[in-house]
Design a binder for this molecule. Structure first.
Ligand code: FE
Ligand code: ZN
Length: 506
């Protein structure tokens, strides 16, 4: 009779190696260069891929077990949310504007991150990094799906949720995140990891998920809190991985340092511009606010960033260019964006409203250097004009867009809050405009890449001219339902009527 010998238990490191990188093989009839054609075109030199280790030692079997458990919990809560009229538990329907903007701008970005990581995984020559990128690709598609599922219940009851996929590609504010991800995906695999692993995950995800999800909790939105927490545990892994990849590049060859520094400069600035939209949601769209954008930027942007760059200093990496300008612009950006969105509210697939006196007092307290001086007078002027004329204060002119980040050039020069930014350069016989020095630098470094970008406003003028209803149909925006002011909207009326019914019958 054969003796049954129990299999030797493998250690975590051993198991990780056996189930990830040891599954690779040395190619025999093709060269590594043929298999990974984009491995070296960015100039990054890697001498020993075995030096890269996944700090989480995640294997495919443990990954599926862990994620499946989270999925079960997530969908149990989402079902409960739908069955218990979760759409009526929010503070009021103004809160939905933040969600609509999130769905139109951020969830498609998760999907783009999925595509980007799937491609990057194919391109890394090192199996350890490729496996980690594959798992992140799966995480990102799960984030997009859980967000869409979580918000789909609101779509049954409220306007403005239905057209998010079209709006991400065509709407003037949707192309801001789109261009960020298109830029990242059309870069090489190493720049991609800086764009997403550093800019999107390390600096920005904390700013997006932590304050935004506590805003959701504060405003009674269980669906968003739940997908937020479900994604947050992945984000912690993504940030560590991103950082590990950066350190790996820096350790492999000193020639990599200036390349990585230039990418950190570029992607810090691109991330800052993109996150202005989140700041606007936090300061202007939450009926109950948690913290101001400036406070969030101080804690999650500056303090975390300072710690990161202290750590990277030993590799010869300095803080990104534009670091100080970013701190200064955090005092202005949400106000400038909201004033723009308010005046172009015929062209937004969410509702807006002017800040009330109470809101303005909160903003003065949170922005003592800037709000009363520069922004309160403008809101007061707008409100007074609307009261006098009985007409909505709209800006029927079309904005000039930044060729790099695609935001309207509604920002001001650093240190000169009364001077609208005016930056343009000539390239190949055409004039291009920019919202900031940072965006102009990015363009000048790779002009061919940005000169051909599809710009939503030029597209509107060229293809639709005066035919604004035609443009609205094309961007899947239902005028009179999805856009304009919250006050008087169908969302406002429905929320009030349904809420009255639930309190009357209980
Ligand atoms: Fe994600
Ligand atoms: Zn820009």
């Amino acid at each position: 009779m054969d003796m049954k010998v129990p299999a030797e238990k493998l250690g975590l490191t051993e198991k990780y190696h056996l189930l990830t990188r040891d599954l690779a093989w040395d190619p025999s009839y093709r060269t590594n260069k043929e298999i990974h054609p984009y491995g070296d075109f960015e100039g990054i030199k890697i001498h020993d891929w075995d030096k890269w280790d996944d700090p989480f030692r995640m294997t495919v079997d443990s990954y599926w077990k862990y994620q499946a458990e989270k999925e079960r919990k997530y969908y149990a809560i989402i079902d409960a949310h739908a069955q218990n009229n979760g759409h009526l538990n929010i503070t009021d329907a103004r809160y939905l504007s933040a969600l609509k903007l999130f769905l139109q701008a951020i969830s498609p970005a998760e999907y783009a991150a999925h595509r980007g990581f799937a491609r990057a995984a194919r391109e890394y020559e090192g199996v350890g990094m490729a496996v980690a990128a594959e798992m992140q690709a799966i995480d990102e598609i799960r984030h997009a799906q859980t967000q869409i599922h979580g918000l789909s219940n609101y779509n049954k009851f409220y306007n403005g949720f239905h057209g998010f996929t079209t709006q991400r590609d065509r709407m003037w504010y949707g192309t801001v995140p789109r261009s960020f991800f298109d830029d990242a995906m059309s870069a090489g695999p190493f720049e991609f990891i800086i764009a997403i692993g550093f800019s999107f995950e390390y600096v920005l995800t904390n700013l997006l998920f932590v304050p935004f999800m506590s805003g959701a909790a504060y405003n009674g939105d269980l669906a968003t809190v739940t997908f937020g927490f479900s994604a947050q545990s992945d984000e912690a892994r993504h940030m560590t991985l991103g950082l590990e990849c950066i350190k790996f590049m820096l350790e492999q060859d000193p020639d990599n340092i200036p390349i990585v520094q230039a990418w950190l400069d570029k992607w810090f600035w691109r991330g800052m511009r993109l996150l202005g939209l989140v700041g606007t949601m936090m300061d202007y769209m939450l009926p109950k606010r948690v913290m101001s954008w400036q406070e969030a930027w101080k804690i999650y942007g500056e303090e975390n960033g300072e710690a990161l760059f202290r750590d990277l200093a030993r590799y010869g990496i300095r803080k990104p260019k534009g670091w100080e300008t970013a701190a200064e612009s955090a005092k202005h950006v949400p106000h400038q964006i909201m004033l723009g969105m308010y005046q172009w509210r015929f062209g937004t697939a969410f509702h807006v409203w002017p800040p009330s006196d109470e809101d303005m007092d909160w903003l003065s307290e949170k922005y003592p250097d800037t709000f009363d001086k520069y922004y309160r007078p403008r809101w007061e002027y707008i409100k007074q004009r609307e009261a006098e004329t009985g007409e909505p204060h709209l800006n029927m002119g079309l904005p000039k867009l930044c060729q790099t980040c695609q935001l309207p050039t509604w920002s001001t020069e650093p240190g000169e809050p009364e001077k609208l930014v005016q930056r343009e350069i000539e390239f190949d016989g055409e004039t291009y405009h920019f919202c900031s020095e940072g965006c102009q630098d990015i363009f000048e470094h790779e002009p061919e890449k940005y000169a051909g970008a599809w710009m939503p406003i030029q597209g509107l003028i060229r293809d639709f001219g005066e035919d604004v209803p035609g443009w609205m149909e094309w961007v899947n925006l239902i005028p009179g339902k999805d856009n304009m002011s919250y006050h008087g909207s169908e969302d406002e009326q429905n929320f009030k009527a349904w809420k009255a019914q639930t309190t009357a019958s209980s």
